[in-house]
Write a new protein. Structure first.
Length: 152
């Protein structure tokens, strides 16, 4: 699929471990940030999803690393809905180093759609399915602080 949704973030010093690379547990934070921004692009906000009577819970998160991310690097996280089931969906996220395109990690996060009052699984409505399939292609959320003007 072309031109997926992207989030740009800068690795902060406090996210690195004693080996001076991003601590493995921080990738869960990065994935959560990227999915939250993806939902904001699709639905206006996560609260809008809740107001429509839907919530989602993570039931599986698989991360495979290709290379370390280091302090002050800008990471590009792409987000795509790669599986849409009856009550669940999978977001596949790819993390690369923005400057070189070096692969850093790939993750699959499986969410189950639930009723926010009862937390029981609920079928995915067609409108939500269509929004996930569309995927906010071409959107970029830049939280990296990277310069993009004439001084960059």
């Amino acid at each position: 699929m072309s031109d997926p949704f992207k989030v740009l973030i800068r690795v902060r010093y406090g996210e690195c471990d004693a080996q001076q690379v991003v601590f493995n547990a921080r990738y869960g934070d990065y994935l959560d940030l990227a999915s939250t921004e993806f939902f904001r692009a699709l639905f206006g906000s996560y609260e809008a999803l809740l107001a429509d009577g839907y919530d989602c819970q993570v039931v599986r998160m698989l991360t495979e690393w290709a290379s370390p991310a280091r302090f002050d690097e800008v990471l590009c996280i792409t987000v795509e809905a790669t599986h849409l089931g009856n009550t669940s969906f999978t977001l596949t996220m790819t993390i690369t180093e923005r400057g070189s395109g070096r692969p850093v990690a790939r993750a699959e996060v499986v969410y189950v759609l639930v009723d926010p009052q009862t937390y029981r699984k609920t079928p995915m409505p067609d409108g939500l399915r269509e929004q996930l399939q569309a995927g906010a292609r071409g959107w970029v959320v830049d939280q990296s602080g990277a310069l993009t003007g004439p001084q960059a």
